[in-house]
Design a protein around this ligand. Structure first.
Ligand code: NAP
Length: 284
C-alpha cells in the first residue's frame, strides 16, 4: 500500500505546526478542520482541503488526526460525513490526539470491521517541539502498520516508538501528562511560596534554571510566569481533561489526585490559558 497521500484532520495549536512539517517534507497533504478559517495557512503552503472527513478519507492513503478529546474523535469518526461513513478500505488512520485508551480500542475495532487499520500515536512536547519536528511520539497498534507510517511520524518528531497494542500510546501519554501536571503545580507552588516570603520570581527562577532541577520545561514555564504570558501553548483545560482520563484508567496516587483537584478547580476561570496559569489560581 502506498502511504504517500496524507489526509490531516484537526488544525489547532498543535495540528498546524505538525502538518506543516509534512508539507515541508514534500508529502501531498489534504486537510480538514471543523472551523474553516484555520485551514488558511496550510492552503497557502499548498495543501488541498476537503469538505468533510469522509471526502478526505476517500482521496488519501493515510489519515492523521489531531483533535481535542474523545468527544471530538467520536464526531470525526461517527458524526455526519465522518470517517466511518466513507465506505473505503485498505487505509491507515493515525490518531495523535491525547484521548482515552478505551476510545482507541473501540474505534480501532470499528475501523478493522471496514478493513482499515488504526494506530494511537499521541505526542509529548508542545508547540515549540512541533515547530521544530522534535516531538516524542508513542504508538499503539499493529507493529507492521506502525513501520509503514514511521517515516511520516519521524518528519514531525525526533523519536517515534511502537510501545504495544492499541491504546498503549494513550496510556503512556496519560502517565507522562500526569507527571507534567505535577511538575507544573510544583513550579507554581515554589514561586508562590518564595514570593510570600519576599523572594521575587526573577530571583527564584535564576536559581532554579541554574540548579539541578533545571530543564527546558522549567525555563519555558518560568519565563511565562516572569513575562506574565499565559497564552496557551498547552491549555489548562486540556491538562484537566488528561488528568480526568488518567483517573479513568486508575490514577489514585497522592500527587496525581492533588493535581486533578487543583487543575479541575482552576479550569473554570483559567481553562483557556496555558496550564502554568495554575500559578494565578494558587496566588488566590
Ligand atoms: P486546540 O488548539 O484546542 O485544537 C483542537 C482541534 O480539535 C481543533 O482543530 C478543533 O477544531 C478540533 N476539534 C475540537 N472538537 C472537535 C469536534 N467536535 N469535531 C471536530 N474537530 C474538533 O488543541 P491542541 O493544543 O492543538 O491539542 C490537540 C490535541 O493534542 C489534544 O488532545 C491535546 O491534549 C494534545 N496535545 C497538545 C499539546 C499542546 O502543547 N498544545 C501537546 C501534546 C498533546 P476547531 O478549530 O473547529 O475548534
Amino acid at each position: 500500500m502506498s502511504l504517500q497521500k496524507i489526509g490531516w484532520i484537526g488544525l489547532g495549536t498543535m495540528g498546524i505546526p505538525m502538518s506543516q512539517q509534512l508539507i515541508k517534507a514534500g508529502y501531498p497533504l489534504t486537510v480538514f478542520n471543523r472551523s474553516k478559517d484555520k485551514e488558511a495557512s496550510l492552503k497557502e503552503l499548498g495543501a488541498d482541503t476537503a469538505t468533510t472527513p469522509a471526502a478526505l478519507f476517500a482521496e488519501t492513503d493515510v489519515v492523521i488526526i489531531m483533535v481535542t478529546d474523545d468527544k471530538a474523535i467520536r464526531e470525526v469518526f461517527s458524526g455526519n460525513d465522518g470517517l466511518l461513513s466513507a465506505g473505503v478500505n485498505g487505509k491507515l488512520i493515525v490518531n495523535m490526539s491525547t484521548v482515552s485508551p478505551a476510545i482507541s480500542r473501540e474505534i480501532a475495532g470499528l475501523c478493522a470491521k471496514q478493513g482499515n487499520q488504526y494506530l494511537d500515536a499521541p505526542v509529548s512536547g508542545s508547540v515549540k517541539q512541533a515547530e521544530t519536528a522534535q516531538l516524542v511520539i508513542m504508538a499503539g497498534g499493529d507493529a507492521a502498520a506502525f513501520e509503514q507510517v514511521k517515516p511520516i511520524l519521524t518528519k514531525m518528531g525526533k523519536m517515534a516508538n511502537h510501545i504495544g497494542e492499541v491504546g498503549a500510546g494513550n496510556v503512556a501519554k496519560l502517565a507522562i501528562n500526569t507527571l507534567l501536571s505535577i511538575h507544573t503545580q510544583g513550579l507554581a507552588e515554589a514561586v508562590v511560596l518564595a514570593k510570600q516570603n519576599d523572594i521575587e520570581p526573577t530571583v527564584l527562577m535564576e536559581l532554579l534554571n541554574n540548579g539541578a532541577l533545571a530543564s527546558p520545561f522549567m525555563k519555558i514555564k518560568g519565563d511565562a510566569i516572569l513575562n506574565d504570558n499565559y497564552q496557551p501553548a498547552f491549555s489548562l483545560k486540556n491538562i484537566a481533561k488528561d488528568l480526568r482520563l488518567s483517573k479513568d484508567i486508575g490514577l489514585s496516587t497522592p500527587l496525581g489526585e492533588a493535581a486533578l483537584k487543583t487543575f479541575s478547580d482552576a479550569e473554570q476561570e483559567f481553562g483557556n490559558e496555558d496550564l502554568i496559569a495554575v500559578k494565578k489560581y494558587l496566588d488566590r
